[in-house]
Design a protein around this ligand. Structure first.
Ligand code: ATR
Length: 274
């Protein structure tokens, strides 16, 4: 039986074991997927232990994505740019690191929510790990412009430099503070962790037009504070449940070579919550 798991701390509320069990039954794959609590100071030994037990791959969540990046012997380009790894594959003593978060975000926006990024004006809020992971997959869509706004402007400027270094993007890219934001955007993505504290980045209402699409990478059973704000400003909204499912589907595809469908799971988790 091929074994997979997710490492995190805390981990007890992770939906990943349920998600991957559903993907496995949907695609007729036989595998085991469990949640593993890694002690905060023992991520690497925990992974090595799992490899010794015959583990084939693992997802990595908070707070270990940077350590997973450092641990990998080989990195995908998107993981190298993200500076973080959420998907590990173990084969013949080699640890391969990938990052499926950004592609999961883009797929949820473009395919599930049927909202184009190509040729549109995109506003990315935040410049931490979540924003960085989204950078390359967003630019690959060739938006007309990408504006990165963050509380700490220097971190947004670092992401702009990183975007220039990828050399594949031909549109405009700029860093802004909240106060500097002017005009409206077609797609506004919240990659700050402000929603965790029920806070909203202090962006002007005017960034939202009534044709704007607002996406909160966070998700919750109720509406996130960011999406409540965006809806009051007239935008259409979506939370990060779809991104969670799509990043999992991409990891499943990397490991098993089969792409599961996320729509049935979206309906399941939206109504049942767990
Ligand atoms: P993650 O992995 O979730 O991205 P992170 O790397 O710690 O976590 O980044 C958190 C992001 O949320 C940062 O952009 C942070 O802004 P700073 O770079 O200025 O620290 C942003 N953030 C966190 N709390 C916030 C709040 N209450 N209001 C606005 N931005 C916030």
């Amino acid at each position: 039986l091929d074994r997979y798991c997710v490492f995190g701390n805390p981990i007890q509320h992770s939906k990943s074991p349920a998600i991957h069990a559903m993907f496995a039954s949907q695609t007729g794959q036989t595998l085991e997927y469990s949640a593993r609590l890694a002690p905060l100071d023992s991520f690497v030994p925990s992974v090595q232990q799992f490899i010794a037990e015959g583990g084939k791959g693992a997802n990595v969540t908070v707070p270990f994505k940077l350590e997973a990046y450092a641990l990998a012997n080989h990195l995908s380009e998107r993981a190298a740019i993200a500076g973080a790894v959420n998907t590990l594959t173990f084969s013949d003593g080699v640890i391969v690191g990938d990052n499926t978060d950004g592609v999961g975000l883009v797929r949820d926006i473009t395919e599930n929510a049927k909202t184009a990024i190509v040729g549109r004006r995109i506003l990315l809020l935040g410049a931490g790990g979540a924003a960085r992971g989204a950078l390359l997959p967003l630019l690959a869509q060739q938006p007309a412009s990408l504006t990165i706004a963050n509380r700490t402007i220097s971190k947004a400027e670092d992401l702009v430099q990183l975007a220039h270094a990828t050399k594949t993007y031909r549109g405009e890219i700029e860093a802004k503070t909240w106060q500097d934001l002017n005009g409206s955007f077609d797609v506004i993505i919240n990659a700050t962790s402000a929603s965790l504290q029920s806070e909203v980045p202090p962006i002007p209402y005017t960034v939202f037009a009534d044709t704007s699409f607002a996406y909160d990478m966070m998700y919750s059973d109720g509406q996130t504070s960011f999406n409540r704000y965006a809806e009051q400003a007239g935008a259409r909204t979506r939370d990060g449940l779809g991104m969670l499912l799509e990043q999992a589907a991409e990891a499943f595809f990397i490991w098993r070579g089969v792409r599961p469908q996320t729509a049935p799971l979206f309906a399941h988790f939206r109504t049942k919550g767990s």
